[in-house]
Write a protein that binds this ligand. Structure first.
Ligand SMILES: Nc1ncnc2c1ncn2[C@@H]1O[C@H](COP(=O)(O)OP(=O)(O)OP(=O)(O)O)[C@@H](O)[C@H]1O
Length: 326
């Protein structure tokens, strides 16, 4: 796949408004709240991860943001307007999790159909379709019927459809569920390419490692409420987890490390090798850790800052019965 050129050529309403803004958004099904006072803020050009357990209300939220489901209460603005407005809708892209394809169409026909619905002209589509097929790794396969595509190819084709009309905001619902590891990396690159073009991406994914790598900020939802939202660094309370690997732990080294940060885990299972996970208050603490190891006489083999671990945070939050509300 190539880095996409998908940014808005001419923004319909160039604006400083947020990509998504909701306040106390609610949806009741048969009197039961499934989205229950959801307040979100997603700036333009940001990749936003929307996380939560099954049934948390993620898809319902996305449907409301797309104007496909009517909210029961609260406010929402998408690209500064309402998603029911065709001028706003034309600037949105969407890859649903359960895509139903017209299997008798070829990939190109499918994209032409969606492009025409999005208001693109025939000559624009002639240039644009091969471009997006190339971007999603389907270059040269567009003339084949969708009925003969693999699951991964169909998901790539759906992604091509989502970015075809150069949207300013793209909703991707589990965009890599059918993809192999190479495909996942490629989709990550596409998302990064979208961000570089100033396109906002709203990403629903259960693959937390994927979200961790690509998202600027995330929100955790449970039972239709946001438990927490912020940048990865903010969510971790600003700490920098580091892993250090040494040949041995001389007496006193662990105490010194505990004065520099919080020792979270030690692994002394392997002879001739010790690993310590240390949470530092800031990155500036790293040289002092290296000095402490050196002064203790141990040999330092690795000192690796780690990105915050979303999975640990997710499980902590989701499993806490009365988790705090953002
Ligand atoms: N059309 C509907 N009618 C009645 N209940 C619905 C409807 N759509 C969703 N729900 C209910 O709303 C709740 C939230 O569903 P939703 O699909 O939004 O969750 P989700 O977070 O996307 O879940 P998953 O991760 O499993 O896809 C669920 O309990 C679901 O049964």
């Amino acid at each position: 796949m190539n880095t996409p050129q998908v940014g808005p050529q001419v923004a319909a309403q160039p604006s400083t408004s947020a990509a998504i803004e909701t306040r106390e958004l609610r949806k009741l099904y048969r009197g039961r709240p499934v989205v229950d006072g959801l307040s979100l803020h997603v700036p333009r050009g940001e990749v936003f991860g929307f996380l939560g357990p099954n049934g948390a209300g993620k898809s319902t939220t996305v449907k409301m943001l797309l104007g496909l489901v009517l909210p029961s209460g609260g406010e929402l603005r998408v690209l500064g307007g309402h998603p029911a407005d065709p001028r706003v809708r034309a600037r949105l892209g969407f890859l649903p999790e359960q895509f139903r394809f017209q299997t008798w169409m070829t990939g190109e026909e499918f994209l032409r159909f969606h492009g025409r619905l999005a208001g693109l002209k025939a000559d624009e589509l002639r240039a644009r379709i091969p471009q997006v097929l190339e971007t999603v790794g389907l270059g040269g396969r567009g003339s084949e019927p969708l009925g003969g595509y693999s699951k991964g190819m169909l998901q790539r084709c759906g992604l091509a459809g989502a970015i075809l009309a150069r949207p300013e905001l793209v909703f991707l619902d589990e965009p890599t569920s059918a993809l192999d590891p190479i495909g996942r990396v490629e989709v990550r690159e596409i998302i990064e390419g979208l961000r570089a073009e100033g396109v906002a991406v709203f990403l629903n994914s259960h693959l937390l490692s994927e979200v961790e790598q690509v998202c600027d900020r995330v929100a955790f939802v449970k039972a239709g409420r946001v438990l927490l939202q912020g940048s990865m660094r903010e969510l971790m309370g600003g700490v920098v987890p580091v892993v250090l690997r040494v040949d041995t732990l001389p007496p006193g080294l662990l105490d010194t490390l505990a004065r520099l940060g919080e020792v979270r885990h030690t692994d002394l299972q392997t002879p001739g090798r010790a690993e310590v996970e240390l949470w530092l208050a800031q990155e500036d603490g790293l040289p002092a850790v290296a000095d402490a190891v050196h002064q203790s006489g141990a040999r330092l083999y690795a000192l690796t800052p780690r990105r915050p671990d979303l999975e640990t945070l997710f499980l902590d939050l989701i499993e806490t019965p009365e988790a705090p509300r953002a």
